[in-house]
Design a protein around this ligand. Structure first.
Ligand code: GUN
Length: 283
């Protein structure tokens, strides 16, 4: 049996950020601009947004944070988006989720110009993703594909099982794995024999948000296991995978923290640079 390896998303993300910084400096001119909208004062969102700001600064992206009260109307939020859509210094717009109950995340996603939609949530980008066309695609799944390529993990013809069917991770992950010629199953809370399905996977992606949900019995020896979850538990941060009992039978596994998390931000920066290069400001 092959030796299992721990895939450091943190180290790869650092390399991606360094390459982006070099690319931005090499191109010169007006720097890329990213606007992050945060509605209400969710502590987790606040942490993510400050991490995004810091990461932008380090690679040479100008970031602007627009903070709105929890009581802001959807109409007012749409006006803010409209202003950013027409701002020539802004290449990327992201509205941090979750949003308060009176605001529709779907309407917000559709309001952001597709060419500034660095989250890849606009229906036009979703369509482009599934049709195999170029576009802006969700950062976490894009980062996972890049990490697997970088680590020499073969996706062509592989059986891939994704546990979780969210619009942010599960569904775009399925589309991107299909583009890499994997055979893809998307499992969820109604799936019969989840354990048996997972055990057939060469690539198992856990994105359910339930700490240590994926047990040793779910994993085929030698499989690549990608853990998208991060939950706070009584004994610290935990992923969706029972890492301590899974790591030695996997072929490769991402840790939590230091696995998928850093990729999300690195590929948000990458999407912003892509939008900047497509904006016409770069010749
Ligand atoms: N909240 C948690 N993950 C994400 C993400 O990828 N994008 C946005 N906009 N909000 C999030």
């Amino acid at each position: 049996m092959t030796e299992s390896s721990v895939l450091s998303g943190r180290a790869f993300a650092k390399e991606v950020r360094r390459n982006l910084a070099d690319e931005i400096a090499g191109i010169g001119g007006r720097p890329p601009g990213l606007a992050v909208i945060i509605v209400a004062d969710d502590p987790a969102s606040r942490v993510y947004v400050s991490m995004k700001e810091k990461a932008c600064g380090k690679v040479g992206i100008d970031s602007t944070v627009v903070r709105l009260e929890e009581t802001v109307s959807q109409a007012e939020l749409l006006r803010v988006i409209d202003r950013l859509n027409t701002d020539p210094l802004i290449d990327g717009i992201l509205c941090q989720l979750p949003l308060p109950g009176h605001i529709s995340a779907a309407i917000v996603a559709s309001a952001i110009l597709p060419e500034k939609d660095v989250d890849g949530f606009h229906p036009e980008n979703v369509g482009r993703l599934w049709r195999g066309e170029d576009g802006l695609f969700p950062c976490t799944p894009v980062g996972i594909i890049a990490l697997m390529k970088h680590s020499g993990i073969s996706m062509d013809g592989a059986d891939a099982v994704i546990v979780g069917r969210s619009n942010i991770v599960g569904k775009p992950m399925a589309a991107l794995l299909l583009r890499e010629n994997a055979t893809v199953s998307v499992a969820h809370s109604h799936t019969f024999d989840l354990e048996g399905l997972c055990r057939r996977a060469d690539i198992l992606i856990a994105a359910v948000g339930r700490p240590r949900f994926i047990k040793r019995e779910f994993v085929k020896p030698g499989a690549t296991v990608i853990d998208v979850g991060i939950s706070r538990t009584d004994d610290g941060l935990a992923g969706d995978v029972d890492f301590d009992n899974v790591a030695d039978i996997s072929g490769a596994i991402t840790p939590v923290p230091g696995g998928v998390g850093p990729l999300t931000i690195a590929f948000l920066l990458s999407n912003t640079v892509k939008a900047w290069k497509n904006s016409g400001v770069v010749s």
